[in-house]
Design a protein. Structure first.
Length: 103
C-alpha cells in the first residue's frame, strides 16, 4: 500500500471534527503565508500566527541565524522560515515597502 493510499484510508476513518482539523493542517502546509485584512495590518504573516514576514526578514537582514530565530520564536519551524524566504524572494517589492514603513 502506498503512502497516499494509507493516508486516504486513515482520513476515511476520522470523525468530522478531526477531519476539519486535518484539512486545516494540510491547507497550512500548502499555503504557509497568509494575508488577512485586520490581522497584522494586512501584512503577509506566517500561517496562523501574528508574525509578519517582514519581521523575520528584518532579523535575517540583521544577521540572525535560523537557530536564533527558532529559539526566539518557538512556535515556528524550519519550514516556516523557508516559506518566509520563498515569499520574500517572490514578493520582494511588497516586503521592502513593509520594511521601509516599519524602520
Amino acid at each position: 500500500m502506498t503512502i497516499k493510499e494509507q493516508l486516504l484510508q486513515t482520513i476515511e476513518t476520522l470523525p468530522d471534527d478531526l477531519l476539519a482539523e486535518a484539512l486545516k493542517f494540510v491547507q497550512t502546509l500548502q499555503h504557509p503565508i497568509h494575508k488577512t485584512p485586520g490581522i497584522c495590518g494586512g501584512a503577509a504573516r506566517i500561517r496562523d500566527t501574528r508574525i509578519p514576514v517582514w519581521t523575520i526578514v528584518t532579523y535575517q537582514q540583521q544577521g540572525a541565524t535560523e537557530a536564533e530565530l527558532l529559539y526566539n520564536y518557538p512556535g515556528l519551524t524550519v519550514q516556516d522560515l523557508q516559506a518566509v524566504t520563498n515569499y520574500y524572494d517572490r514578493n520582494r517589492e511588497e516586503i521592502e515597502l513593509w520594511l521601509a514603513e516599519n524602520e
